[in-house]
Design a protein around this ligand. Structure first.
Ligand code: UD1
Ligand code: CA
Length: 446
């Protein structure tokens, strides 16, 4: 039997933030979400999350995980006190309790599997992850006896100067035999510099304590402040860019770009400076993104160009060019060979093959057919102050500069609309329509 407990009740004082520490995000995912996802494959019988500081916010952020059992720790008197709150929940539980600090987000599932395996084979009371760090600052130090068993963990602030030189640190990931742990859990004392109950003090109280050193110390990096948050973000970004470079993506200035783990790229994609991909994006072969584009949850087919533009929850077809300075908003589907030019905003619209919207337009709640030319400054007036209405324009039509199409409206195919027209009724196929008042021209009398 395996139960997993994640400690996420702390305030995260060193973050200097109104947001609970575990809700800060790394490459678009919260720290706690990352910790949780490395436990998925271990097939635990139970997953418990200890919450306290802003408990509701933390719970809300995890509401999609239906199996979680939240345990309230109020007040937050330390990591040992957090585990004491599990006693009633785990009454009669007979098995291993894997405890994860909620602020260690780069951990790999394989490492946890190895830890569990090692723990079971050694039949120890507790086995925890350790790492040898060149700069162990901030971590609890691990002290061994002559036989290699762990004698104790001493928090940095409780260490002597000599003890601080020890580079072997506690990663905050422990596998306990729950029966043995619960027997000594009430023996913890607050005699330490923080006047808290430390989970680390259980180590010297248990019969047999072992540590399991990780190969790559970055995996056990804990986040206590904004600099460590940045270090983890940097690590994730470097890894992602390296991965995609190996698969045929060029970055002109990778340091200025960011990627999400859920995005994929074809080959010969060029990513120019200050371009960011967020959420789940699928970018096809030969796309050229940036400089200065932000693409979120979107699919770009092949050879799409997107310069200085925002594309959000949209699909873009082959050879279409977007920008500079275009804003493609959710539920937009732009076909192949289109041109969406500068200062064009498109929202919740379908744009047919080969259609051009080159300058200064707003197209919202619309369906546009193929090979349409939208003149500069054409606006779909889709909102009457209360409701939104749809605009349809059929194939091969043209709107003149500064046309306003008042929705709901249907413009047929092969229609030409004269510049400056405000059109508020449907126009049949193959018509020419101009709506314009007669100019009044008078001679000026100085
Ligand atoms: C802890 C360990 C330290 C280890 C380090 C690894 C203790 C006493 N120290 O120190 O040996 O090297 O992690 O990263 O455990 N939390 C609660 N309730 C509380 C206090 C904390 O749930 O009352 C949670 C926090 O939200 C956090 C985790 O426990 O997710 C760790 O707490 P934190 O205060 O960051 O411990 P460290 O000082 O980093
Ligand atoms: Ca920490």
């Amino acid at each position: 039997m395996l139960a997993i407990a994640i400690l996420a009740a702390g305030k995260g004082t060193r973050m200097k933030s109104n947001l609970p520490k575990v809700l800060h995000s790394l490459a678009g995912k919260s720290i706690i979400d990352r910790v949780l996802s490395c436990t998925q494959g271990l097939r635990p019988n139970r997953r418990l999350i200890v919450v306290g500081h802003q408990a509701n916010l933390v719970k809300e952020s995890l509401k999609n995980h239906k199996d979680l059992d939240f345990v309230l720790q109020q007040p937050q008197n330390g990591t040992g006190h957090a585990i004491q709150q599990l006693s009633s929940k785990l009454k009669g539980f007979n098995g291993e309790l894997l405890v994860l600090n909620g602020d260690v987000p780069l951990l790999k599932e394989e490492t946890l599997s190895s830890l569990l395996k090692f723990h079971k084979e050694s039949s120890s009371s507790v086995t925890f992850l350790s790492a040898s760090l060149d700069s162990p600052k901030g971590y609890g130090r691990v002290f061994l006896d002559e036989s290699g068993l762990v004698k104790e963990i001493i928090e940095e602030r409780d260490c002597t100067i000599e003890q601080r030189k020890n580079k072997l640190v506690n990663a905050g990931i422990y596998c306990f035999n729950w029966q043995q742990l619960s027997d000594i859990l009430n023996l913890l004392s607050r005699e330490n510099s923080q006047n808290e109950l430390y989970l680390t003090d259980t180590i010297s109280l248990l019969k047999k304590a072992l540590h399991y050193e990780v190969d790559n110390p970055i995996e056990v990096k804990g986040i206590n402040d904004r600099y460590q948050l940045y270090e983890c973000e940097h690590y994730i970004q470097e890894k992602l860019k390296f991965f995609w470079m190996k698969r045929g993506v060029s970055f002109i200035d990778p340091i200025s770009c960011s990627l999400s783990e859920d995005s994929t790229f074809g080959t010969d994609v060029i990513i120019e400076p200050q371009t960011h991909l967020r959420g789940k994006c699928n970018i096809g072969n030969g796309c050229h993104l940036g400089p200065g584009s932000v693409i979120t949850n979107s699919t770009l087919a092949e050879n799409v160009l997107a310069i200085h533009s925002f594309i959000n929850e949209a699909a873009i077809g082959n050879n279409t060019s977007i920008g500079p300075f275009a804003h493609i908003r959710p539920e937009s589907n732009i076909s192949k060979n289109c041109k969406i030019g500068n200062f064009v905003e498109i929202k919740k619209s379908v744009i047919g093959e080969g259609t051009k919207i080159n300058h200064l337009s707003y197209i919202g709640d619309s369906y546009l057919g193929k090979s349409i030319n939208i003149g500069a400054g054409t606006i779909t007036a889709n909102f009457d102050g209360k409701n939104k209405y749809r605009t349809t324009i059929d194939d091969y039509s043209k709107t003149g500069a500064n046309s306003v199409l008042v929705a709901p409206i249907k413009i047929g195919s092969h229609v030409t609309i004269g510049a400056g027209s405000t059109i508020s009724k449907d126009i049949p196929d193959k018509s020419l329509v101009v709506e314009r008042s007669k100019p009044t021209i008078r001679t000026k009398s100085d």
